[in-house]
Ligand binder design. Structure first.
Ligand SMILES: NC(=O)c1ccc[n+]([C@@H]2O[C@H](COP(=O)([O-])OP(=O)(O)OC[C@H]3O[C@@H](n4cnc5c(N)ncnc54)[C@H](O)[C@@H]3O)[C@@H](O)[C@H]2O)c1
Length: 353
């Protein structure tokens, strides 16, 4: 099998590439990534020399490049696409929504279109069915498309989509395109919607790595509003196993929610990290709440558990401690990926080439 993974230099993507190479050593993995501020070759330095792994630096909304890969001209026949490439930071989507639409919506459409044109078997007749295609497509989406929950209840796959930020709106739009390609062209698309991930290689702009790295530097941690927003946390390796199952066993046209049943307030996480690092609560700095900040997310993942046999391996308490340890032991990685100089050089390169 040869799989195209997009966004494989990011947090979840790099964990997924590593997971797939380990779980399916005979698979070839092509990683298409734009190397934005969130994508780092350092995240996959350990597999860089693996002959089964190939990196292509480019954008998912680049029709010509995507066509060369998906048609098989560049590396040979592609059997599946798992799309993780996205602008993923809600705060950035509030200050600059345009790039979210380009990468998350246009990019998804370019991939779907290429999979349709190159995946449809010769001689297939309309209406097309999933078995008429040679390429399976998995869209890695988010529980944020469901909007905000009250104090009770869980998001199920039937919960209406009510995205509240430009980020979640762009992800919901991409999901709708995947749904439309299944219903209109019979394409074997599958959508996964996951809760908040944590674990190694997450960019230090996100809550858990930001708080760990700030505290390690002796800096305070910024808590939005009253700190009582609730998120459902999942260790990234458990997300990778869910994506792997969705690709191999997921039923075309279906959506699978993925979550760890680990609902925690931001304040609980903040205090846990502070105490694990031996600091005091004076390290908390309350800051003005994020615009449109969703109050609570919690996910019902019984469908993927019952129908595909998915089971998370990590408990929150052991996973979070291992994560704190990882960031404590990998300060060099943190410095490399957060160097403003590196970002500035890349931005300059984009404008001069
Ligand atoms: N992190 C989470 O908690 C979480 C939860 C649920 C779903 N997701 C989804 O999972 C996916 C991966 O999230 P992440 O946290 O790893 O994000 P990330 O920001 O760490 O990584 C995104 C990667 O995509 C690449 N990228 C961005 N725009 C691109 C483009 N136009 N073309 C090609 N590559 C591009 C970046 O360079 C980066 O390597 C996203 O689609 C996100 O919406 C994330």
């Amino acid at each position: 099998m040869r799989l195209l993974i997009t966004g494989g230099l990011g947090f979840i993507g790099s964990n997924l590439v590593r997971y797939l190479l380990e779980t399916h050593p005979d698979y070839e993995i092509i990683n298409l990534d734009a190397e934005t501020y969130a994508g780092h070759r350092e995240n996959l330095a350990d597999v860089d020399k693996n002959p089964k792994y190939k990196l292509v630096v480019g954008r998912v909304e680049d029709e010509k490049l995507v066509d060369e890969i998906v048609s098989g001209k560049k590396f040979g026949t592609i059997d599946g696409i798992i799309n993780l490439a996205a602008e993923s930071h809600v705060d950035r989507s509030i200050s600059d929504p345009f790039v979210f639409v380009k990468s998350n919506v246009m990019g998804t459409h370019v991939l779907l279109d290429a999979a349709f044109r190159h995946g449809l078997k010769a001689g297939a007749s309309q209406p097309y069915k999933p078995e008429d295609y040679t390429i399976k497509y998995v869209q890695v989406s988010t529980d944020e498309v469901y909007g905000s929950l009250g104090p009770e209840g869980l998001f199920t796959e039937e919960t209406p989509l009510q995205p509240n930020s430009p980020y979640s709106a762009s992800k919901a739009s991409a999901d709708m395109l995947c749904r439309a390609y299944f219903h209109t062209y019979g394409m074997p698309t599958v959508i996964t919607r996951c809760s908040n991930n944590y674990g190694p290689y997450q960019h230090p702009e996100k809550l858990i790595p930001l708080f760990i790295t700030n505290l390690l530097k002796g800096e305070k941690v910024p808590v939005y509003g009253d700190g009582l927003n609730v998120r459902d946390w999942l260790q990234v390796e458990d997300h990778c196993s869910a994506i792997d199952l969705a690709f191999h066993k997921g039923v075309p046209g279906e959506v699978y929610n993925v979550g760890g049943h680990n609902e925690r307030t931001n304040m609980y996480i903040t205090k846990l990290i502070i105490s694990e690092l031996g600091k005091g609560e004076e390290m908390i700095k309350y800051v003005q709440d994020r615009l449109g900040h969703d109050r609570r997310y919690a996910i019902d993942s019984s469908k993927i558990q019952k129908e595909l046999g998915w089971k998370p391996k990590h408990t929150f308490e052991t996973g979070i401690r291992a994560t704190i340890k990882w960031y404590t032991e990998n300060t060099e990685w943190v410095n490399t990926v957060s160097t403003p100089h590196k970002e500035a050089v890349r931005e300059l390169a984009k404008t001069t080439h």
